[in-house]
Design a protein around this ligand. Structure first.
Ligand SMILES: Nc1nc2c(ncn2[C@@H]2O[C@H](COP(=O)(O)OP(=O)(O)OP(=O)(O)O)[C@@H](O)[C@H]2O)c(=O)[nH]1
Ligand SMILES: [Mg+2]
Length: 722
């Protein structure tokens, strides 16, 4: 039922001269599920994800001119700031066709500050293409996205890009994939030449050499394995077959039979082992020089799953709490997960969703099971970066967007009204850094609220907090770049000029002791009084557990309906701890006893009692401050190593190891976030601009008592840099 984007594209007839392979014409309207691929392109910053995606769009005939990141013309990096900064900030979705398969792609950002974009994409995708820079191999952010993909059990293939660069090393990258990522890589190709002499690749599956010219329109040429490579090829092929047999029992039998093995048998075995996440096929190429992308497309089709290959989605029934299983099938009741909300200045509020079962049409009424409200689907759109194409149905496996949903947010489940289900939501990390923001004029003040509202709705790692004591608005995010980009968006998209304070660490508070406290809210004023009385045991929870509430009431000392208000009273009070007003985390509260009054008790009274119990517990359970610790990797030429390490130590950094990568030294360390502000400038001056670094959040750790004292005594005094 999908009106494809190709039908509006002048190159849709498959006439692109460079397409090279047997992709079909406009696909059939009833697109078979097994011919669908939903994939994400994930990697460390600058590995070449967007460059690869732009080639994919070109070779599939979706665009007729290649967009380039370097000249600010990439289709996928459509946002002004992406084009100016040359980095991807927001994940962009698109669809294309290869052979007679439809591939929905999400190109994600590599910078760790935009990690939410990777998280939400991996949650709704079925497969991943992980891109590596052949010179740097596995970089820190690749490790992070790899772990994210592991969490969702996403099968993936690897593309070792930038084979044209000086220092490119395919084997080294493969070794790093195994060692650093704990993966079992299976290279399905070996490079043919390297650096300036990189010609193409030797195909271990089909026993051919693929020769590419630099010209983008030219097709890859398949020839026999050149004689000078025969030896190397035969050795690699033997290793390849052996490894494949080790990881697929069915193939092992064929392999042991010792007969000739067909290409089809090999491909199917690779597919089975990839889907079972036993192996990761590895390919190579250079996207910028237009080499290898067509083969990558083949691999996506041949080895990555269709929505039919992944297990049926599980959810819970919103009322009974029972597990609900939905087969990926157009005829089963509709279920979908909203994974992104965008305030589009032209069309309005766009909600992106992935359909797991059934289908939906414009005008359909659906149920938002997460928020328990009905919603009407407006126009249905297939997204191509920031372009939209209207469709008249979104069926199982689709990734689409819709207009008209007012009360649906990221992570919500949309479903059939009479068959409700709640799918697993998307969990995002908590922000670690904040800045105070102050509108410059009265007019800016008025617009600020709207801007903050829209932006925090779009980005779950962007949080806004009003400090009651100082009257300031604090915005928090994942890093300096994240907040800088958002402040710039406020100015460009919402016309808000604001002064921004110095970055501050988003500390947390927690307790260290077990206490049992009473919360009493009893008031007798005139007629109706207030009565809520609870006994709650508070104890430290494990790091990362956040807040656990346990109802331990026995014998009905408090009626059931008053228990949720107690939980809520505690939860709301956790927003501000007793030490310095930072959010409180990692506590377990067990409601053990209490009493009520037939007439005077109310939800409000029990909520207050919960809040008072929490306040009392914070006083008595020895609260401490926690600070965010970052994992950092600095890459520097050897001559600056001593200075860089000295500086890291002075910043309370802990060295974890030093490695060599060519002539470069890689320093791995952990460092408190508070010590990293302005680090880019220091590192530049320490190394004449030649060292680079990346960092990401690792964990929260207790702040030493003397530093904690400084934070507490500073209280909420925020200094503005104008
Ligand atoms: N030499 C060489 N450069 C490449 C290749 N592929 C990409 N690049 C360059 O690498 C830089 C980063 O490319 P992008 O495609 O923006 O990388 P990305 O992974 O999308 O980056 P983020 O989205 O910001 O994480 C650009 O300057 C590209 O021109 C390649 O195959 N060879
Ligand atoms: Mg990019």
């Amino acid at each position: 039922m999908v009106k494809t984007i190709l039908s509006t594209n002048p190159k849709s007839s498959g006439s692109n001269p460079a397409t090279g392979r047997s992709e079909s014409e406009t696909p059939s309207r009833e697109f078979p599920l097994e011919k669908l691929r939903n994939i994400g392109i994930i990697a460390h910053i600058d590995a070449g994800k967007t460059t690869v995606t732009e080639r994919i769009l070109y070779y599939t005939g979706t665009t007729y001119k290649i967009g380039e990141v370097d000249s600010g013309t990439a289709t996928m990096d459509w946002m002004d700031q992406e084009r100016e900064r040359g980095i991807t900030i927001t994940s962009a979705a698109t669809s294309c066709y290869w052979r007679d398969y439809r591939i929905n792609i999400i190109d994600t950002p590599g910078h760790v500050d935009f990690t939410a974009e990777v998280e939400r994409s991996l949650r709704v995708l079925d497969g991943g293409v992980v891109v590596f820079d052949a010179v740097s191999g596995v970089e820190p952010q690749s490790e992070t996205v790899w772990r994210q993909a592991n969490k969702y059990g996403v099968p993936r293939i690897c593309f070792v890009n930038k084979m044209d660069r000086v220092g490119a090393d395919f084997q080294h990258t493969m070794d790093m994939i195994d060692e650093r990522l704990g993966a079992k890589s299976l290279n399905v190709q070996i490079p043919w030449g390297v650096e300036a002499d990189f010609r193409g690749m030797l195909d271990l599956v089909e026993d051919k050499a693929w020769s590419f010219s630099d010209k983008q329109q030219s097709k890859p040429e398949a020839i026999d394995i050149p004689p000078e490579y025969q030896d190397q090829f035969q050795k690699a092929k033997a290793k390849f077959l052996e490894k494949l047999a080790e990881n697929d029992d069915q193939f092992l039998i064929t392999y042991l039979e010792g007969r000739a093995i067909s290409i089809r048998e090999i491909k199917l075995a690779i597919r089975r082992a990839t889907l079972a996440t036993k192996i990761v096929p590895v390919l190579c190429g250079t996207a910028l020089r237009n080499k290898g992308v067509q083969l990558l497309l083949d691999a996506i089709v041949d080895y990555l799953p269709s929505p039919d290959d992944i297990p049926p989605v599980h959810g819970t029934h919103p009322r009974t709490g029972e597990t609900v299983v939905r087969e990926a099938n157009d005829k089963t009741p509709f279920s979908a997960l909203a994974f992104k909300v965008v305030a589009d200045p032209f069309v309005g509020r766009l909600v992106y969703f992935r359909v797991y079962s059934g289908c939906v049409k414009p005008g359909d009424q659906v149920y938002n099971a997460t928020r328990e409200n009905k919603e009407r689907i407006g126009r249905l759109l297939l997204m191509h970066a920031n372009q939209r194409h209207e469709i008249n149905q979104a069926d199982t496996g689709s990734i689409a967007a819709t207009l008209g949903l007012k009360n649906t947010f990221t992570g919500d489940t949309l479903c059939d009204i009479s068959n409700p289900v709640i799918l697993e939501t998307i969990r995002f990390p908590e922000p670690v850094i904040s800045v105070a923001i102050e509108p410059k004029t009265k007019a800016d003040q008025d617009r600020l609220g709207q801007a903050l509202n829209s932006l925090s709705e779009e980005d779950p790692t962007f949080k806004v907090r009003h400090d009651k004591d100082t009257g300031q608005t604090l915005i928090s995010g994942m890093g300096e770049l994240h907040l800088e980009v958002l402040v710039e968006r406020m100015f460009r998209e919402f016309g808000v000029s604001a002064r921004v304070g110095k970055p501050q660490v988003a500390y947390r508070e927690t307790i260290t002791q077990h206490v049992k406290v009473e919360g009493r809210f009893i008031k007798q004023v005139g007629g109706h009084g207030q009565y809520g009385r609870v006994w709650v045991e508070f104890e430290p929870a494990k790091p990362g557990e956040g807040y656990i509430f346990v109802d331990g009431i026995r014998g009905g000392t408090i009626p059931k309906e008053y228990i949720p208000p107690v939980e809520q009273g505690i939860r709301e009070s956790m927003g501000s701890g007793s030490l310095a007003g930072y959010p409180v985390v990692d506590i377990k509260a067990t409601l053990v006893d209490g009493s009520y009054h037939e007439v005077d008790s109310s939800d409000m009274a029990f909520k207050m009692a919960g809040a008072l119990a929490f306040k009392e517990a914070m006083e008595r359970a020895k609260p401490i401050l926690l600070e965010p610790i970052m994992k950092m990797e600095v890459s520097t030429p050897e001559e600056f190593l001593g200075d860089v390490i000295g500086d890291i130590s002075a910043r309370r950094g802990q060295l974890e190891g030093i490695e060599e990568r060519g002539t470069t030294k890689i320093i791995r360390c952990t460092i408190p976030l508070a010590e990293t502000f302005g680090y880019a400038t220091t590192l530049r001056s320490l190394s004449q601009g030649r060292a680079t670094y990346t960092m990401e959040f690792l964990s929260y750790l207790e702040l030493s008592p003397n530093l904690a004292e400084q934070v507490v005594s500073k209280g909420k005094v925020r200094t503005f840099g104008v």
